[in-house]
Ligand binder design. Structure first.
Ligand SMILES: [Zn+2]
Length: 111
């Protein structure tokens, strides 16, 4: 048995990790490699100053992210339909998209 959080191995009969207080699992799930994350593009930003501000906020929120200042779709197979003319595009994992988009809206004062 393994703790899914700290990955410590336990003997049979133990049901919970004493450190993390989480139920043990039979097998450790494989760690999600970075390239398996489904990245989605946020609204393009009209300059690197904004991009840096956004990056800083995302990092504070523990949201993984990367930016592309030169548009290329092939690597991550993401539609570029709404990104024409973008200067800097920030990518976050799909599961963090709503959260990140909201932060950006607040930052840019759109709403
Ligand atoms: Zn643990």
């Amino acid at each position: 048995m393994y703790c899914p959080k700290c990955r410590t191995q336990y003997i049979e009969n133990i049901k919970e990790c004493s450190d993390c207080q989480v139920p043990l699992v039979e097998e450790l799930p494989e760690e999600t490699p970075l390239e398996k994350i489904k990245w989605v593009a946020l609204i393009p930003l009209a300059g690197e100053v904004y991009a840096e501000m956004v990056e800083e906020i995302l990092q504070k929120m523990d949201i993984p992210n990367f930016t592309k200042s030169d548009w290329a779709t092939s690597a991550f197979n993401i539609s570029s339909a709404n990104l024409v003319g973008a200067k800097v595009t920030i990518f976050v994992p799909e599961e963090n998209r709503d959260e990140a988009a909201q932060l950006i809206e607040e930052l840019l004062g759109n709403k």
